[in-house]
Design a protein around this ligand. Structure first.
Ligand code: ZN
Ligand code: ZN
Length: 824
């Protein structure tokens, strides 16, 4: 017999909805708790990754609900983006239609899973009521000088036909379609996230973030301390500034390395239209992937520009090379090359026969140019460095920098790897950028009262090359808000990561039509107490959202420094050791499993299979095991409703009760303690294991009808804690059993169950073991140990065995809590 999961799951989903169990109350006096899972892209089907993610979040939410918190767990959709646009192109439809259909399907699946979402706060980023405030925030950023437009080389995906941020390029490929990314020069809108680089390195305001995510963000921001050194060009007037962390090697600089994207190179190419080899080299390298270009094992290549710079510290001429292994993205773009003390420079200098000059010697002073097989990168003693000779190289860094500062050759500098965030996308299905270009007035912002600037619906998708918005003349052509003259709209739309950078704040006040969200509500709910999502967002969404939050704080919308107090990066769902994916053909459809076993089984399996931050390996056997467990719980209640309903649960601890019953009492209270402790540490797998073990202990008692009245009370208590402890994981069956057990309130309304410490004391007692009146050993046992067991344990003592020595045992007398006396 299987328990009727279908019927009871539907029943409880309806009851929760009718009683608005998950609708959070703004500004309530109760303690509040904000649980948030990263909102999904509405792809149309729930996959196991979603199920796992939201099961974790829901367990937290329901547990906090039991603890009496005013819990908010909202849900919405990150609904702009390329898949919907591409789907519309293929099917000759409109992205809005497929997006709305997909949202309907997903929402139904969320409801079937019984997740406790506050649907009164539902939002979708492609709705004008939402993206209106993204446009409003863009304008406030623009006014603060945090938005600018510039021409630059950008990551370009030919397949997606759009720009990608650095964060969206993975191993030289598009993060979404895995097409190789190339470089293209374009006018782009940028957010000055670099203005916040320093503050983004401060992780002290978070309560609990995984160390791994913190270190990934630190590396991504990439702060380094060093020196800017100014080189004059030999002929031209320009100063070429380089950033270096090794000013101690300045006397060994024998060439300069510039990336082909460097503005000086662009100028030289224009000056020398006939220099075909330089032109060809630059074009080729610019189109190569940046990560591949700078990989250690990539062949270093370059071309001599025919120009020289002057090393300010010694006046030496330094060759300027255009190379593949430096990037505009780091420091000032130009690199001073010191081949003796940098491996990449060493390889390059060897290849192109550029002079190498040792300026740091090892302790033995036996470095020899003729014998050097690789660069010497360790600290050492300065040589060939004028007045700095014989100095320790580490100590000389500061001294040389100060000396250069005094002589206007350079100065101390800090640089970050983090670049500004390019947010322009040449696609239709995104938030329109609220900018108008007027010939007279230049760049003008769309006035606040004209927001939202809505996306036009009548766009021709796939029929034009480039941005589809270019095909909507009546939308592009507009009048200038300043002079009333003819003007054109910006056709770039925003990166969808802009939409997801502030949605967590909108949930606090999702229907506000005056401002993005009211300050009092934001102050009440933010920061998010527990955020849950994948580690792949470490340097994208999680960094962008922190930046946005700090900006929103700075314009007075919020009062906290961080958006997410605690972060959990959940593991993947794998099957046969690989992440579930269509391309690998190892996808299990959640709907099929829900239909067969019910939502509670899927949830229980997911949470039991491994701790939330670890990968879950899908197992059909595991799912069946979770289902069997829930059926056993169901059967336990079926067998005992009569007993449960007639017992008033007035349990008195009876000292003389039988050891099996004492063990059951201990199991009940130790399980409550363990499960609550484990849930607090988010160790759901061990919490569920403890409930399973307790269930076995209850079954071990056998037929409860034969127990005496006080034992029955203990037994009933041991049953009733099961739905209460299981509720965060398998809420439907728990509510049903709880109700059938005679409770009229919902489980969470009864509050968090408590354990009784006095039942956890496992008293021990030590017996003296005598043989023929002589002490032959000691035996320490639990007070609940039966006389039969005590006799057996006493006879098992090594020393006792030795003295009995196969003699016949006449009698064993046990004097409770004192003595075991053996007569042989
Ligand atoms: Zn792509
Ligand atoms: Zn104008």
């Amino acid at each position: 017999m299987e328990y009727p999961f279908e019927e009871i799951e539907k029943k409880w989903q309806n009851i929760w909805q009718e009683r608005k169990v998950f609708e959070a109350e703004d500004l309530s006096k109760k303690p509040h708790y904000y649980v948030l899972s990263m909102f999904p892209y509405p792809s149309g089907t729930l996959h196991m990754g979603h199920v796992s993610n939201y099961s974790i979040a829901d367990a937290i939410a329901r547990f906090k609900l039991m603890q009496g918190y005013n819990v908010m767990q909202p849900m919405g959709y990150d609904s702009f983006g390329m898949p919907a646009e591409n789907f519309a192109i293929q099917h000759n439809s409109h992205p809005r239609n497929s997006t709305d259909e997909n949202i309907d399907i997903m929402k139904k699946q969320f409801q079937i899973m019984g997740f406790g979402f506050d649907w009164s706060r539902e939002l979708s980023t492609c709705h004008p009521e939402y993206y209106r405030w993204g446009q409003w925030l863009f304008k406030r950023m623009y006014e603060k000088g945090l938005v600018y437009k510039k021409s630059s080389y950008v990551n370009w995906c030919d397949s997606c036909n759009t720009v990608l941020a650095n964060e969206q390029v993975e191993d030289g490929r598009c993060w979404r379609c895995e097409n190789p990314v190339r470089q293209k020069e374009l006018e782009q809108w940028f957010f000055k996230i670099t203005d916040y680089a320093e503050e983004l390195l401060d992780f002290s305001k978070m309560i609990d973030w995984p160390e791994r995510v913190i270190s990934m963000q630190k590396n991504w921001i990439g702060k380094s301390f060093g020196t800017n050194i100014h080189f004059k060009l030999e002929i031209e007037q320009d100063i070429l500034t380089v950033f270096t962390t090794r000013p101690d090697t300045i006397f060994g600089c024998t060439f300069m390395a510039l990336p082909p994207e460097h503005p000086l190179v662009t100028r030289w190419l224009k000056q020398e239209p006939d220099n075909h080899s330089m032109k060809r080299f630059c074009e080729r390298v610019i189109n190569e992937d940046k990560i591949m270009r700078t990989a250690e094992d990539t062949t270093k290549e370059g071309i001599f520009s025919g120009r020289y710079a002057i090393n300010p510290v010694n006046g030496e001429k330094v060759q300027i090379w255009i190379t593949n292994y430096v990037l505009m993205d780091y420091g000032t773009g130009a690199v001073m090359a010191v081949p003796a003390h940098d491996q990449r420079d060493f390889e390059f200098a060897k290849k192109y026969d550029i002079p190498i000059k040792i300026v740091i010697q090892n302790q033995e002073k036996d470095l020899d140019l003729n014998k050097m097989k690789e660069a010497y990168i360790e600290p050492g003693i300065l040589v060939n460095s004028a007045q700095f000779d014989e100095m320790n190289s580490e100590e000389s860094k500061n001294i040389i920098t100060l000396w250069m500062q005094e002589n206007n050759m350079g100065e101390e500098a800090i640089t970050y790897r983090l670049r500004d965030w390019g947010i322009s996308r040449q696609r239709y299905w995104g938030t329109p950028i609220p900018v108008i270009y007027c010939e007279k007035c230049g760049t003008v912002l769309v006035p606040d009262e004209e927001l939202p600037l809505k996306l036009p619906d009548n766009v021709k998708l796939g029929k034009t090359t480039g941005n589809p918005l270019l095909s909507v003349d009546e939308w592009i052509n507009t009048t200038c808000p300043q002079c009333g003259g003819a003007a054109r709209r910006e056709t770039d739309t925003m990166d969808t990561f802009v939409d997801s950078s502030w949605y967590f704040a909108r949930y606090t006040d999702p229907k506000n039509e005056e401002i993005p969200f009211a300050r009092d509500k934001a102050d009440y709910w933010l920061p998010v107490d527990q955020y849950i999502g994948g580690i792949e967002h470490a340097c994208m969404h999680l960094l962008y959202a922190r930046f946005f939050h700090k900006f929103m704080r700075d314009i007075g919308l919020a009062n906290t420094d961080e958006p997410f107090a605690r972060l959990l990066t959940q593991g993947m769902v794998t099957k046969d050791g690989a992440k579930m994916s269509k391309s690998k053909g190892n996808v299990v459809d959640p709907q099929y499993i829900i239909d067969r076993y019910g939502a509670d089984t899927v949830r229980t399996f997911m949470l039991f299979a491994s701790p939330p931050e670890k990968d879950v390996e899908w197992s059909d056997e595991g799912v069946k095991g979770a289902f069997r467990f829930l059926n056993r719980v169901w059967k336990l209640f079926e067998d005992n409703y009569e007993l449960i309903l007639e017992n008033k649960l007035e349990i008195e601890k009876k000292k003389e009760t039988r050891s099996e019953i004492k063990k059951l009492l201990f199991s009940t209270h130790s399980t409550i303690k363990k499960v609550i402790d484990d849930i607090n540490r988010m160790q759901y797998n061990t919490a569920i294991a403890a409930i399973m073990e307790h269930l076995n202990n209850v079954y071990a008692i056998g037929d409860a009808k034969k127990l005496d009245p006080s034992e029955k009370a203990i037994y009933v208590e041991s049953c009733l804690i099961i739905p209460q402890l299981l509720y965060p994981f398998a809420p439907h069956i728990s509510e049903e059993l709880w109700q059938r057990a005679g409770n009229s309130i919902l489980i969470h309304e009864a509050g968090l169950i408590e354990y009784n410490q006095s039942y956890l004391v496992r008293d021990e007692v030590t017996y003296v073991v005598q043989i023929m009146g002589k002490i032959r050993g000691k035996l320490t046992v639990d007070t609940t140990t039966s006389e039969v067991e005590i006799k057996k344990l006493a006879l098992d003592l090594e020393n006792v065995k030795k003295y009995i020595n196969n003699k016949k045992i006449k009698k064993i007398i046990v004097i409770p809590k004192k003595l075991v006396s053996i007569v042989i």
